[in-house]
Structures are given as structure tokens and as C-alpha cells.
Design a protein around this ligand. Structure first.
Ligand SMILES: CSC[C@@H](O)[C@@H](O)C(=O)COP(=O)(O)O
Length: 362
């Protein structure tokens, strides 16, 4: 994607081909700062502290984390340690484990001396694959938006939750890829952006990237979507996912489930964009089986923002002494999902739907 005319991915290699460059997303939307990761510990910290976030980008960073680890210790013991250090950084997005397993499958059979180059090679492929998959799913999703536009002959209003855009992936995004493709094709779209408390990935990141791309959008408080749907102001919802089960249950940022319930009650189609590494074929029941990340209560009790004099600071929004809890994700059961938009096409959120697109997994 382009920022002020310059093309960026969210993760890339520095001039030496070894340092891994990222955008520090904790500084957005007010500051654009890039950071060079030079060690396994840097990569683990970047994921855990959410300098990078979003399921596909977490996976891509973990892949490069394994490459950085190989520079330090490419032995079997070193690889096993790196896998463990990275695996525990964030529990919900399955792309993390997927990427680590991909790296291990390539690296484990090799001689130690060959592992550094192979690790950088596979990590780069994982990044390219993510970008291509998202571009493809974006084209399938754009067709859905185009159909709505053809039927209604006016701007299509799309509600999204959290940030499942370019910043959450290597490029394009998942939920936002169809929107970028439709917008670029000249279809008039407008995006309702849920702010997405507590970390405000919608207000800070989705609004930031839609703004960079020039896509019309409006930031709304998280509880606004149901009202908009009751008044015919949402044509469809598109969200991303951190883990989708083989039955089609969708785990995504906390609050997604409530949007899906409101969508069902108002006959608003509810779509989920996902590249295939986000499908966890080992899990059937998302509510029972997906581990939900609990993050620091400080993310709930405090909020970052820009003051009128331009300084970025953190303030407390709750009274001293009130307890707070911060569940990062929830699960939307498959029955509430209209369709899964993947790089192979759109399917029903069901075992049959997913197996139809991915028969090799049957
Ligand atoms: C394309 S990303 C899909 C999801 O990862 C996204 O919707 C999301 O929930 C991100 O959560 P985050 O906690 O910011 O990593």
C-alpha cells in the first residue's frame, strides 16, 4: 500500500538483508516510526507488545523471528528454543503457530550451516504468499460489494471491526482487501469503522490506513453498529479473523460476536475475510476450543491520544481502584456468518463449505 506516494509492506528486510524492518503500530495513527528487529528477543517483543499485530502479520514476524534466531544459534536446540519463545507471545492467532511450523518443516531437515539462508528464504516466501492470498481474496470480496452496488445503485456502506487491513497483514489486509479492490475499481463505498476498544485498532489503525488510501469512512463507537443496522445504514459487514475452525466458527477481536448478532437480527450479510493459514483444521468448536488471550487490564483502564499541543500521552479513564478485565477476542458461531471469503473463493461457514474449497484437507 502507499503512504504519501511511497509503497510499503508492513514488514521488509533492511539493506543488509538481515535486519527485519517493521512499522511500530503502537505509535500510529499520530506518528509513523519504523523499527529494525535484530534478534529473536526483538521479534518476540514486537509481537507480544503489539508493535506488530493482526494474525497474518504476527505469523510473518514470527517467521522472520526464526530467521533472526538462526543468526544467533541455528542448532536444533536453538531452533526449539526460538519456536517456544515465539509461540507463547500471543495465544489466539493461529497464523503464529502455522508460520512457526512452516519454518520448522524447512529448517529441521537441513544442516546447521544451511539454515540461515533457508530461514530468510522461507520467511520471505511466507510474506509473498500472504500478500498474494489477500489480493486474491480481495478480488472475490470486491465482487460481493459490486453485486450490492449493482442491486442498489448507490454507495455501499460496509461495517468493519478492529483492524483487518493492510496493517494487520503483509499487504492488502483481509476484511479491507475487498474494500480496497472495490474502491480502486470505482465502486462507491463508505466504511463504518468500529473504534474497537480497548486498544482502538479501528480508530487508530483502520481509520489511518483508509485515510491514507482515500477511502471514505466514519469512526463510530463500538456500540453504534446495531443502531445503524436497524436504520438500513449498513449494507454488509466484513471482518477479519485470528482463527477460524474447520466448522466455520470465527474467532476475532472482542466485540465481533455482538456485531454478528445484530447483523443476523437485521438481515445484514456478515462476511469474514481470511487467508487459508488462518484456518485451524485441528479445532471444530471455536467457543470451547480456542484459547482467548487476556491482556493487561491497563489497556482497559488507560487510553492513548494526542493532546492539543501535539504531544501523545496516556490517560486513565477509570476510577482508582476499579477492577478491569481485558479479553482480547470472542468467537462468532458459524451460524451467524454469511460467508467466508478466502483466496480460493467464497464459501459457507460450515465443514462442507470449507472442505469444498480445500478438498486436500478433507
Ligand atoms: C487480518 S487480521 C484479522 C485479525 O487479526 C484482526 O481482526 C484482529 O482481531 C487483530 O487483533 P490484534 O489484537 O490487533 O492483533
Amino acid at each position: 500500500m502507499k503512504i504519501n506516494g511511497t509503497s510499503y509492506r508492513t514488514i521488509w528486510l533492511g539493506a543488509d538483508g538481515r535486519v527485519v524492518e517493521i512499522i511500530d503500530q503502537t505509535r500510529l495513527p499520530h506518528e509513523f516510526v519504523t523499527v529494525g528487529l535484530t534478534s529473536l528477543d526483538d521479534a518476540a517483543k514486537a509481537i507480544k507488545d503489539m508493535w506488530v499485530r493482526g494474525a497474518p502479520l504476527i505469523g510473518a514476524t514470527a517467521a522472520y523471528g526464526m530467521a533472526l534466531a538462526c543468526l544467533e544459534d541455528a542448532s536444533d536446540k536453538g531452533l526449539a528454543r526460538a519456536y517456544e519463545v515465539l509461540h507463547v507471545t500471543r495465544p489466539t492467532a493461529i497464523n503464529l503457530k502455522w508460520a512457526l511450523d512452516e519454518m520448522m518443516a524447512v529448517l529441521a531437515p537441513l544442516a546447521v550451516k544451511d539454515r540461515v539462508d533457508a530461514a530468510y528464504g522461507r520467511a520471505a516466501e511466507i510474506c509473498d504468499e500472504d500478500s498474494e492470498q489477500n489480493a486474491r481474496l480481495g478480488a472475490f470480496g470486491a465482487k460481493i460489494i459490486a453485486e450490492h452496488h449493482k442491486a442498489k445503485g448507490r454507495t455501499i456502506n460496509i461495517l468493519t471491526h478492529c483492524n483487518a487491513g493492510w496493517l494487520a497483514t503483509v499487504d492488502w489486509g483481509t476484511a479491507l482487501a475487498p474494500i480496497y479492490k472495490a474502491f480502486d475499481a470505482g465502486i462507491p463505498v463508505h466504511v463504518w469503522v468500529d473504534e474497537t476498544r480497548p486498544r482502538n485498532q479501528g480508530a487508530s489503525l483502520t481509520a489511518r490506513e483508509l485515510n491514507w488510501h482515500g477511502v471514505p469512512h466514519t469512526v463510530i463507537a463500538d456500540n453504534t453498529g446495531g443502531h445503524l443496522m436497524q436504520h438500513g445504514m449498513v449494507d454488509l459487514c466484513i471482518v477479519g479473523t485470528d482463527r477460524t475452525t474447520r466448522n466455520g466458527d470465527v474467532c476475532n477481536k472482542i466485540g465481533t460476536y455482538l456485531k454478528a448478532l445484530a447483523a443476523k437480527d437485521n438481515n445484514v450479510p456478515f462476511y469474514v475475510g481470511l487467508p487459508s493459514p488462518t484456518i485451524d483444521w485441528t479445532v471444530a468448536d471455536g467457543v470451547k476450543e480456542i484459547p482467548i488471550e487476556t491482556r493487561s487490564a491497563r489497556e482497559q483502564t488507560h487510553i492513548f491520544g494526542k493532546t492539543e499541543d501535539g504531544a501523545v500521552c496516556e490517560v486513565q479513564v477509570t476510577p482508582d481502584g476499579s477492577a478491569a478485565v481485558n479479553y482480547g477476542f470472542d468467537v462468532t458461531p458459524a451460524r451467524l456468518v454469511t460467508g467466508l471469503i478466502t483466496e480460493r473463493g467464497v464459501c459457507e461457514a460450515s465443514p462442507e463449505g470449507l472442505r469444498g474449497l480445500f478438498p486436500e484437507r478433507a
